[in-house]
Design a protein around this ligand. Structure first.
Ligand code: ADP
Length: 580
């Protein structure tokens, strides 16, 4: 019962959205479908006249000319039917393309607006994958609901009426043919919807393990570690789970199909018996016998196409679209400008302020941040230092508005634009220029500005150099890619820029050099550097020391060396790294 209600809800929610995309085409396509269906029904009516006419001509009751004119009428109707059929299929395909395009826009917009914290959740990644499928399959739902009403129902009404006219018992016999098919169809929808939900998780695992074996970014390391067989085993285990669930579903539906088909054949036998009996006793003409047989054959073919091929093949749609709707209803992030500013804030409006901020990741018991109080002045250069896991990355994600505090308050100056460079920055397989402008695609491309930033950040390649071997470009050293990532961060218009250890993979002396240049470039803007290297932190106006999710001290390098044990321990432990 719950499933049925869900399915109805899915239809209620997604249908208006799809129709809104192209209401005119929707109506036109519906009208063409109805006209085509009516035409097919009329052809069956006319075929009785044609068959009887031929028989009468053979027996000399009518002349040949009359039969030929009936045949001509029949031929014209057939041509009209074919034209309507072609137009109906064409408009339906155009309509489906437009709807698919609009749903894709909606999904992209949603992915863009989702709270970044959502991506930390395993369930959310499943939902995204399932929503992608829902987008692809939403068209089938429309097809399943739309075509029975437009392309099939008028035909069924006309033929039902025709059979009833010949012999009312025929209608009951025909129902015996179709009812089992419809019941098996409802069962399949429910079972498939259930299957889609259950295989999503193992399928995602399976895809991930497959990528670990075959993808370029993983392959080298997996091979060197000798871990291919390890991932292969994990892949096979997930595949086994998926296969087992799918085979179970196939077996069940096969059994249901078999029973439905047996009953259908029985119904067919009854229809044939009734028709033969009626012809023999003279209740219907031979032409009516042939037309009724044709009509039932047509009904059967149409029903088989609708239920077996169209609906049966795409039965997973409802389950998948349900996931698309769930995904579209996920909470969205708030923009920097949506945050409210209270009266008391106004005198401090340009200061970034965190008051008693705590943060917990989804599904995590421990707080990653606890009671953070912090003020960052306009133009201030801050360095966040601390051991791995002390909460530096989490804090800057809160600062950037990617995560919302679980507790406490944050004030960001209104209209503050942020930019960031992360440790796990991406190497885009595109020309160098595009690797940089990608951070601010709304800005018109300013090649001079790109060259200036490249020069200052030490990117040596020409801005038109094609990067990435996948598309025939060149690869660069790790250090050069890191400088490109920093250039990308700087290119974006910003008042606050955050660097989260994008230099972690290069040596400390080189890192200090990059940060010195960086300080010079950011000039009046506010900057936050995350580093676990004390040498680099010294370029900041103020160093904040973090430990186990809390700020334990803050000050200049000299102040902290004197009073903060954790800081001085880190400094002396790393001092050797900076001696050249
Ligand atoms: P740092 O940047 O100083 O290395 P992080 O901010 O990355 O520290 O991590 C702070 C704490 O939050 C750590 O205990 C870490 O294990 C935990 N943590 C980080 N990311 C996640 C996540 N996605 N889910 C759950 N816990 C996380």
């Amino acid at each position: 019962m719950r499933e049925r209600k869900d399915t109805l809800n899915v239809i209620k929610l997604i249908f208006p959205r799809m129709v809104k995309s192209c209401p005119g085409l929707f109506v036109l396509s519906g009208l063409l479908g109805i006209a085509n269906s009516v035409c097919m029904g009329l052809l069956i009516y006319c075929s009785q006249g044609l068959y009887d006419g031929v028989l009468q001509a053979i027996n000399g009751v009518t002349d040949k000319g009359e039969v030929i004119s009936i045949a001509l009428g029949f031929g014209c109707l057939t041509i009209v039917n074919q034209i309507l059929n072609g137009l109906s299929v064409y408009t339906m395909n155009v309509m489906f393309d437009i709807i698919k395009r609009d749903l894709t826009y909606d999904l992209h917009r949603k992915v863009d607006r989702l709270k970044v914290i959502s991506y930390e959740s395993e369930t959310m990644l499943n939902q995204l994958q399932m929503a992608m499928r829902g987008r692809d399959e939403s068209i089938f739902l429309l097809f399943i609901c739309f075509t029975p009403l437009t392309c099939h129902l008028p035909l069924y009404i006309i033929l039902g009426n025709y059979l009833h006219m010949l012999n009312p018992q025929l209608v009951w016999a025909v129902l015996i043919i179709f009812l089992p098919i419809c019941i098996s169809y409802i069962y399949k929808i429910r079972a498939k919807s259930n299957l889609v939900d259950r295989v999503a998780e193992p399928k995602r695992e399976m895809d991930y393990y497959y990528r670990c074996i075959t993808n370029r970014e993983y392959f080298k390391e997996t091979r060197l570690l000798g871990a291919i067989s390890f991932f292969k085993n994990l892949f096979e285990e997930s595949m086994y789970v998926v296969n087992r669930l799918e085979i179970k579903f196939q077996t069940k539906t096969l059994r249901i199909d078999l029973v439905a088909k047996l009953i259908t054949i029985l119904g067919y036998g009854v229809v044939l018996y009734l028709l033969i009996d009626n012809v023999v006793i003279g209740a219907i003409t031979v032409g009516a016998f042939a037309a009724a047989l044709n009509g039932i054959g047509l009904l059967f073919d149409e029903m088989k196409e609708l239920v077996g091929d169209d609906i049966g093949e795409n039965i997973g749609s409802v389950g998948a679209i349900k996931n698309l709707i769930d995904f579209m209803e996920l909470p969205e992030s708030y923009g920097a400008d949506d945050r409210e500013e209270s009266e008391s804030d106004k005198y401090e409006r340009d200061i970034i302020r965190l008051e008693n901020v705590s943060f917990k990741y989804p599904h995590s018991k421990e707080y990653a941040l606890k009671g953070i109080n912090l003020k960052i002045m306009p133009g201030e250069k801050i360095a966040l230092v601390g051991e791995n896991g002390s909460g530096k990355t989490t804090l800057i994600k809160i600062l950037l508005g990617l995560y919302e505090p679980s507790e406490g308050k944050m004030h960001m100056p209104k209209g503050m634009q942020t930019s960031a460079v992360f440790q796990d920055f991406k190497k885009y397989e595109m020309p160098l220029k595009e690797n940089i402008v990608i951070s601010d695609i709304m800005k018109s491309v300013d090649e001079e500005c790109i060259r200036r930033i490249c020069e200052k950040t030490g990117v040596v390649a020409d801005i038109n150099t094609k990067l990435g071997v996948k598309f025939g470009g060149i690869d660069l050293s790790g250090g050069q890619w890191q400088r490109i990532a920093i250039a990308r961060g700087l290119y974006k218009k910003h008042n606050l820029i955050v660097l989260d250890e994008p230099t972690a993979a290069i040596d400390p002396v080189e890192e200090s050099a990059i940060y010195e240049q960086f300080k010079d470039i950011v000039k009046d803007n506010t900057a936050v550097l995350v580093t676990h290297r004390i040498g680099s932190a010294q370029i900041a106006d103020r160093i904040i020391v973090m430990s186990r999710g809390s700020i334990i001290d803050s000050g200049t390098h000299q102040e902290l060396l004197k009073r903060c044990e954790e800081y001085s321990n880190m400094y002396y432990a790393q001092a050797d790294l900076y001696r050249i």
